[in-house]
Design a protein around this ligand. Structure first.
Ligand code: AKG
Ligand code: FE2
Length: 334
């Protein structure tokens, strides 16, 4: 039996040892595959431990990400995010004027806007024709940045393939069923930084969050969070529940396209990032996380999966092109 990472208000997010799928015997593989699929079908979220990505890699990538965000705003703006088709580059935070909150009109303006308090860098598949990545200049603290991120991108790409193999096994399909849909690696690595924020900001703005509620779009997201906390997942009863960080794990959530692909037998669950549950003093320290958004190859045609419907009329969705679906969804957010 696997353990629960989160268990509250009807939301049970399992904690699953993935090394038993990768290296276990046949019965362990089956057991883990079923647990993973069940987690996606019920919560839409799982926590994986026993990952092939080492703690050393993880620490190095988080350190490198922090160095990127540490750069002057101008340097980051020089590689700004451009279009949903490219989906690459830097997005600046909504900037709050916390020091001027005594002015009631300012406060009102802030209250009505409540932008997310975060900045991010999106890195796509290196070498995608027409869409070069926006890399920071290879100098000073940014020397080696590109290599570090490309290496991590590849490790996450490989992990996605393995988790999809587990889903295939769980569904009773061939283990390699999804391989041909994923081999290109049309994925996005998003580095996230939620800057330090005064607690007052959350008090003055009841609606203030670090990242607004949403579901993800693709097949699944591999989410690496630091120890700060603040990620919340919506329970079946509509309450936001803390998805507390567990060292050495990766949170994996199914996206909208996988839900659609599975005829809604897999859930793409709403989540958000809010004020962490604890803070010493007046300021919440910064939070860093890394989301790796996995997608079926942009060229893939996504038809409801065999075994998720009994009769043709039970298919809830027509086929769709993966790339077109994703660009459409992204265009609606930015
Ligand atoms: O930072 C996090 O923990 C969550 C980020 C997230 O949900 C997203 O970027 O889609
Ligand atoms: Fe998300």
């Amino acid at each position: 039996m696997e353990k629960a990472a989160v268990k509250e208000d009807g939301l049970l997010i399992p904690l699953i040892d993935f090394s038993k799928f990768l290296h276990g015997d046949e019965s362990q593989k089956q057991e883990i595959a079923k647990a993973i699929l069940h987690g996606f079908q019920t919560a839409g979220f799982i926590y994986l431990s026993g990952l092939p990505i080492t703690e050393e890699t993880r620490t190095h990538v988080f350190g490198t990400s922090a160095k990127f965000f540490d750069q002057p705003l101008d340097d980051k703006m020089a590689i700004a995010w451009t279009t949903p088709e490219a989906n690459r580059g830097y997005s600046a935070p909504g900037r709050e004027k916390v020091s001027q909150l005594a002015d009631p009109t300012e406060v009102e303006a802030l209250r009505s806007s409540v932008p997310d308090i975060k900045e991010s860098l999106e890195i796509g598949r290196e070498g995608e024709p027409g869409h070069p990545n926006h890399w920071p200049k290879e100098k000073d603290a940014m020397v080696g940045f590109k290599d570090t991120m490309l290496d991590f991108f590849e490790q996450c790409r490989a992990l996605h393939v393995e988790v999809m193999r587990a889903i295939a096994v769980g569904m009773g399909l061939d283990a390699g069923f999804f391989d041909g849909f994923l081999d290109v690696g049309d994925n996005t690595l998003r580095l996230l930084h939620y800057p330090a924020v005064n607690k007052e900001v959350f008090k003055i703005n009841p609606g203030q969050v670090r990242a607004g509620e949403h579901s993800d779009y693709g097949s699944m997201t591999l989410l690496f969070q630091d120890s700060r906390g603040g990620l919340q997942v919506k329970s079946p009863n509509g309450k936001f529940i803390d998805a507390t960080p567990i060292p050495g794990t990766c949170v994996v959530n199914a996206g909208d396209l996988l839900a659609r692909w599975s005829n809604d037998t897999i859930k793409s669950t709403i989540h958000r990032v809010v004020e962490p549950p604890h803070a010493d003093g007046d300021v919440h320290p910064p939070r860093y996380s890394i989301a790796y958004f996995c997608n079926p190859n942009f060229q893939s045609h996504i038809e409801v999966l065999p075994g998720t419907y009994a009769a043709e009329e039970e298919k809830k969705y027509p086929g769709v092109n993966s790339g077109q679906y994703l660009v459409q969804r992204l265009a609606a957010t930015y």
